[in-house]
Design a protein around this ligand. Structure first.
Ligand code: PGA
Length: 234
């Protein structure tokens, strides 16, 4: 299992150092679960330094497909590797919704990251209106098949209506979507969308759920640590 904390636009470098120091103490001795945090770009270095010599990995929340050039506001895979990131999230629904990210740009970002040796967590998921219209399968198929095939690719199924809303997919809905995605591509699939210490046990015990991408609940050491413990083998 992989438990990944997507911090979004939260935590300065100073806050990151304090959080990571507390997290590594809190998770000391926990085995059988991979843990990673995804701070903002400006906090990556602080996280990498604080988590050096631990098993907790650090990744970024986006990456550009070119290595260098005139792309104001973007960061390349080479730069992320240099700072010590092992992975990157691409295609998060907030990027699709607010920053014009598409299946095509998501795929280009994923391909460049994988080529440079970063692991990738690519996010897919349907809008509430798409689910209600019975289009979930079609949307997931389109989003998943746009992605490059790679052994370092992980998919996060995040129903958009469940992100930051407190509305979690039911365990049945999660199991069904994960099975559908795994029928398209043979990769680990994380669940994301209002995962908390309360919802994690039912979600993480479903067939085909290989971990979680946690937003809000990853910003608090205790709630994130409890989710990591739930994911660890008993
Ligand atoms: P949430 O966010 O856990 O706050 O719903 C998940 C995500 O957006 O990755």
């Amino acid at each position: 299992m992989l438990i990944a904390g997507n911090w979004k636009m939260n935590k300065t470098a100073e806050e990151t150092a304090g959080f990571c120091a507390a997290l590594k103490r809190r998770l000391t001795g926990l085995e059988g679960v991979d843990v990673a945090v995804f701070p903002p770009f400006t906090s990556l270095r602080a996280a990498v330094l604080e988590l050096a010599e631990t098993e907790i990995a650090v990744g970024a929340q986006n990456v550009h497909w070119e290595e260098v050039g005139a792309f104001t506001g973007e960061v390349s895979a080479v730069m992320l590797r240099e700072v010590g990131a092992y992975a990157v999230i691409v295609g998060h629904s907030e990027r699709r919704q607010y920053f014009g990210e598409t299946d095509e740009t998501t795929a280009r970002r994923a391909a460049a990251a994988l080529e440079s040796g970063l692991s990738v967590i690519a996010c897919v998921g349907e809008l509430e209106a798409e689910r209600e219209a019975g289009e979930t399968g079609e949307v997931l198929r389109r989003q998943v098949l746009a992605l490059p095939e790679d052994s370092e690719l992980v998919i996060a199924y995040e129903p958009v209506w469940a992100i930051g809303t407190g509305k979690t997919a039911t365990p049945d809905q999660a199991r069904e979507a994960h099975a559908f995605i795994k029928g398209l591509v043979d990769v680990p699939v994380l669940y994301g969308g209002s995962v908390t210490p309360e919802t994690a046990p039912d979600l993480l015990s479903q067939d085909g759920v290989d971990g979680a991408l946690v937003g809000g609940a990853s910003l608090d050491v205790e709630s994130f640590a409890v989710i990591c413990e739930i994911a660890a083998p008993a």
